[in-house]
Design a protein around this ligand. Structure first.
Ligand SMILES: [Zn+2]
Length: 457
């Protein structure tokens, strides 16, 4: 099956150009001006932007956490992703302490295989460290996993500075990379205990016990550990300028550091936690928490300057009923927000259209950089001959209002309810097949597991 997209503007990391795109089977066969070729179907995309399929390198589908399970499994989560122009997700496989990485990987394949609507890969969580886990790492690379996750917070997940160092040394040898959740566990626990003792149990205590300086402290500590381990790292979901300053310091020392932020930190702020209505506030609980509105400009600036390389969502969805678990105690609110369905339209609308973020910057942050960082390039992340025919057809002239009731994610609220988009996704192609048209997901679960290579960013 050959499909020709005619009259569109192709977005790349070095700018835009008017070009037709011929897809042949699952691949892009040709990109060029006024292609005069035979195709089974020719689609007029005049006036539309053609983005490489977006990659969301940070999702949590079907995750058992906080005594419950995320509302979205791989089927509903990846369906929502696809509807939002995301043709590849990288989810976090997460063995429990005491389990092997191999077990974690098998478990994640069980959750995802045959049920996922977009293409997918896994990062592997290292939440335990010993000789047998060390010995398993080469096997992970062979299974297509080149990136790992570590936590400097959460008792169930953290492994401590010594083991973070030892794990980074091992990843350095193997050419892997680690994304790290940076918040200072000890001090945060102390602040939580203080608030609880004072009877301050509402959602407002969530951001107050996780101040941004403690994120910056953990970023700084991690980067000093990474410096002596001589290993590149990714700071996942960075939220504020103090943390970003620590990254800049490390870069000046010559370190390779990559930064991810998320739409919620670019667009939402901590005033949402200070609403009197429990449910209105609890739905925004995530870690790190939303920050003061004044932080947003630093994140946009970091993106513009290339200090922030990727925008992922950290999609970790819970229904309002699940969020109710913390009515009497803010520490029992399951942490996480949905976002996988709205990232592309939000970044276009509130970045490109409103803040003059360049299209090439958006293309890098949502597609090319995650593809390079996580070893999917050039199969993914670019519209070029030979790449997978994953294409988002974006109509800048369209507009709609974001409503939870229109979304297909399995959540009964949307953090961006009422946000008006500039433009909208009119079509999404997944490996040459029309997968979404005008907001309707057309196909069943066609997602393939992606064996990933090493970082090339
Ligand atoms: Zn996460």
């Amino acid at each position: 099956m050959k499909t020709l997209l005619k009259g569109g503007t192709v977005v790349t990391s070095s700018g835009t150009r008017r070009a037709d795109v011929l897809m042949d089977g699952e691949k892009i066969a040709q990109v060029g001006r006024a292609l005069n070729v035979a195709a089974d179907e020719t689609v007029d995309v005049t006036g539309c932007l053609l983005f490489p399929g977006f990659i969301d390198a940070h999702t949590h589908f079907a995750l058992d956490v906080c005594n419950t399970t995320t509302a979205d499994d791989f089927a509903s989560g990846s369906r929502a992703a696809l509807r939002g122009g995301t043709t590849t997700v990288i989810d976090f496989a997460c063995p429990n302490k005491g389990e092997t990485l191999k077990h974690g990987l098998a478990l994640w394949h069980e959750k995802a295989d045959g049920k996922t609507y977009c293409d997918y890969g896994f990062h592997m969580t290292i939440d335990d460290w010993n000789d047998s886990i060390r010995a398993e790492l080469p096997e992970m690379f062979a299974a297509g996993i080149s990136s790992f996750k570590m936590y400097l917070t959460y008792p169930a997940m953290m492994i401590g500075d010594e083991n973070v160092y030892l794990a980074l040394r091992e990843l350095k040898k193997l050419g892997g990379i680690a994304g790290v959740h940076c918040e200072s566990a000890g001090v945060i626990n102390g602040m939580i205990a203080e608030r609880k003792a004072a009877g301050k149990l509402s959602p407002a205590s969530h951001p107050m016990s996780r101040p941004q300086g403690l994120e910056a402290e953990a970023v700084s500590r991690l980067l000093r550990i990474a410096e002596v381990a001589d290993c590149p790292v990714v700071i996942v979901h960075l939220t504020n300028h103090e943390a970003l300053e620590e990254v800049e310091r490390a870069r000046k020392r010559g370190q390779k550091v990559y930064v991810e932020t998320c739409p919620q930190y670019l667009l939402l702020d901590d005033s949402l936690y200070y609403q009197d209505d429990y449910s209105a506030a609890a739905r925004y609980v995530c870690a790190p928490p939303l920050r003061d509105k004044s932080e947003q400009k630093y994140l946009w600036r970091g993106l513009r300057r290339g200090e922030i390389q990727t925008i992922s969502t950290d999609h970790c969805s819970f229904t309002l009923a699940q969020k109710d678990a913390g009515r009497e105690d803010f520490t029992k609110i399951p942490g996480g927000l949905p976002g996988v369905e709205t990232r592309g339209e939000l970044i276009y609308s509130y970045g490109v259209a409103k803040r003059n973020i360049h299209l090439d910057t958006m293309c890098r942050a949502l597609a090319e950089n995650p593809a390079k960082l996580y070893g999917l390039f050039p199969r993914k992340g670019i519209i070029r001959r030979g790449s997978d025919a994953d294409i988002v057809v974006y109509d800048p002239a369209a507009s709609h209002v974001i409503r939870a009731s229109d979304c297909v994610a399995n959540v009964d609220y949307n953090p961006y309810e009422g946000f008006v988009t500039a433009g909208g996704i009119s079509r999404v192609y997944l490996r040459g097949r029309l997968a979404v048209q005008n907001g309707i997901v057309l196909d069943g679960p066609q997602g393939k597991y992606m064996v990933r290579g090493k970082n090339m960013l």
